[in-house]
Design a protein around this ligand. Structure first.
Ligand code: SAM
Length: 283
């Protein structure tokens, strides 16, 4: 087809993104695994282990609802509040809850997933129903836009804000970042996981060939939809470079590491820069 995705007006972007994710919602996890050869799991694990701090162990390990919490309310610490925006099927949220529970024996973590697409939220709800977080205050789903977060999410109320492979689809990156800044507590952290730019020229060429030929073909075979995947590949190309996005994070008010990759830097590359994690702290 000759659908000119590059020519799509910015205003139409949200409608288009809605369509892309509705058409892939049910096959989303399969697509992620097949297109990244499973590597997205490692990126997400590293992202979450960097962002979730050491948390105090819960007094009541088996608390399955707010009922048991009331008896210990005097000693139960305030929950660690996470907002996982563009959280889709709950991939990041579940990793956060698992890490807190498995590593720190902590169940005093509450993750709210915000996503623009009902299809993705419903896939996430189905997935959570098979976990021990089902029907607990630890996880909730909200329909909403990253660029103007739902009004019940108050200023200065969030400890950790995450957005993984979602900000690329948003019309205004500054709007997303300033909303994140607004809802985070002072000292709260933002983590953005997104496709980056591959730095090695040879690897970059291999990756380019792979994305422009293999991914749309796989999209066609697995989801019957090459155009959506063509759009995804093009949106990756259009997204700012690592330093350009780090500058946007700073311009939103966040403190970052230095303007470079790696430890002490504003971003960390995974797999040669195919994916990148940017972090910042609200002063
Ligand atoms: N975070 C999940 C992950 O890493 O697997 C899902 C990523 S998925 C590629 C992108 C998600 O962003 C979709 O669920 C889509 O509905 C959502 N999205 C796109 N634009 C959005 C916006 N403006 N506000 C909130 N969510 C949005």
């Amino acid at each position: 087809t000759h659908f000119g995705f590059r020519e799509v007006l910015e205003e139409q972007k949200e409608t288009l993104v809605g369509g892309v994710f509705s058409s892939v919602a049910s096959s989303y996890d399969l697509m992620n695994d097949s297109m990244s050869l499973g590597i997205h799991r490692l990126w997400k694990d590293s992202f979450v282990s960097t962002l979730v701090p050491r948390l105090p162990p819960s007094l009541h390990q088996n608390q399955s609802s707010s009922a048991s919490a009331s008896s210990s309310s005097a000693t139960t610490p305030a929950p660690f509040k996470v907002l996982d925006v563009a959280g889709g099927t709950g991939d990041i949220a579940l990793r956060i809850l698992d890490r807190a529970r498995e590593k720190f024996a902590c169940r005093d973590v509450e993750v709210e997933i915000v996503d623009l697409n009902e299809g993705m939220l419903n896939e996430g709800r189905k997935r959570v129903a098979k976990t021990l977080y089902y029907n607990t205050p630890q996880i909730s789903f909200t329909h909403g836009n990253a660029q103007s977060l739902p009004s019940h999410i108050a200023d200065n109320s969030i400890d950790l804000y995450t957005i993984a492979f979602g900000i690329r689809n948003c019309t205004s990156l500054p709007a997303v970042l300033s909303e994140a800044y607004r809802v985070l507590k002072p000292g709260g952290k933002i983590g953005v996981l997104e496709f980056g730019k591959v730095s090695n020229p040879l690897f970059r060429e291999v990756y380019r060939q792979y994305s422009f030929s293999f991914i749309p073909i796989m999209g066609k075979i697995l989801a019957g939809d090459a155009d959506s995947y063509q759009y995804l590949v093009e949106s990756i190309e259009r997204f700012p470079s690592q330093p350009d996005f780090a500058r946007l994070v700073q311009e939103a008010g966040f403190q970052t590491g230095q303007m470079r990759e790696g430890k002490g830097g504003a971003w960390t590359d995974f797999t040669g820069g195919i994916a990148t994690m940017w972090t910042g702290v609200k002063a």
